[in-house]
Design a protein around this ligand. Structure first.
Ligand code: GSH
Length: 269
């Protein structure tokens, strides 16, 4: 990241500059923000501050879960999909390293002591955890901005744990279905007032975290419980349809059979 300050003539300057790019020997730099300042009445010059972020010339290395059902295919990790969605939406090139989590290779355990995916290599360091990775990507590659305002970042965040509770439940009267329905209903109501996305009109990081989890919910509960989200939660249904049909989502989603196989141990457990 570098900041360049330019002082153009006041007359020639207009706020229509949306995108600047220039080439250096090894990297392409993209203008990510433009700030116009007017130092005071009577002063002629305005200053233009251009903040730049570099786009990697080599693809970023990402460790992801390998498919359980098909060789050399991406597997069923919603946390990995969240990272891939972020890379796709920021138009960053990446190389997937598919890891068999049932039989973790030596090289993977060396770079991931916890043995978990996703993992990304940034500035020669392997970074684990989708929360940390997506934040690091936002800071390093701010364009297009995807951050969700902090006050909205945890909207819908209890859906995943209540989904798992219901999926694992063997007692129909333990309240786990109702707990999930309560969370889904609260989220549906939120979308009705504030949607179509968590941050209003624009899709953002929180949607890329929740979308893959809702995808798992739909497939796993459909398969193991013959359960589906009630039609009355129409805002939620539209939200899911919209996110699931984004190009970046279609490109990075797990296969249905992998989602089913991935959750089997939890259901049988
Ligand atoms: N909090 C982590 C969770 C990552 C996680 O649980 N990943 C699973 C796959 S979806 C994993 O690697 N599990 C290790 C294993 O199955 O051995 C994140 O957000 O990245």
């Amino acid at each position: 990241m570098s900041t360049t300050k330019m002082t153009p003539s006041a007359a020639g300057l207009s706020a229509t500059i949306k995108h600047l790019s220039c080439l250096s020997s090894s990297r392409t730099f993209f203008a990510t923000s433009i700030r116009l300042t007017r130092p005071g009445i009577g002063k002629r010059a305005r200053s233009l501050t251009v903040t730049m972020s570099s786009k990697p010339s080599d693809p970023l290395e990402v460790c992801a879960k390998a498919s359980l059902t098909k060789p050399k295919k991406l597997g069923d990790c919603p946390f990995t999909q969240r990272v891939l969605l972020t890379l796709e939406e920021k138009n960053l090139p990446y190389d997937l390293k598919l890891v068999d989590l049932a039989n973790k290779p030596e090289w993977f355990l060396k770079v991931s002591p916890e043995g978990k995916v996703p993992l990304i290599k940034l500035d020669e360091k392997w970074i684990p955890d989708s929360d940390v990775i997506t934040q690091a990507l936002e800071e390093k590659f701010p364009e297009p901005p995807l951050a969700t305002p902090p006050e909205k970042a945890s909207i819908g965040s209890k859906i995943f744990s209540t989904f798992i509770g219901f999926l694992k439940s063997k007692d129909p009267s333990d309240g786990s279905e109702q707990a999930l329905l309560d969370e889904l209903t609260a989220f549906n109501d939120y979308l009705k007032e504030n949607g179509p996305f968590i941050n209003g009109d624009k899709v953002s990081a929180a949607d890329f975290s929740l979308g893959p989890k809702l995808y798992h919910l739909e497939i796993a509960l459909g398969h193991y419980k013959k359960w589906s989200i009630p039609d009355s939660l129409s805002h939620l249904k539209t939200y899911m349809k919209t996110i699931f049909s984004m190009d970046s989502f279609v490109k990075t989603r797990a296969q249905t059979e992998d989602v089913i196989e991935g959750w089997r141990p939890k259901v049988m457990g």
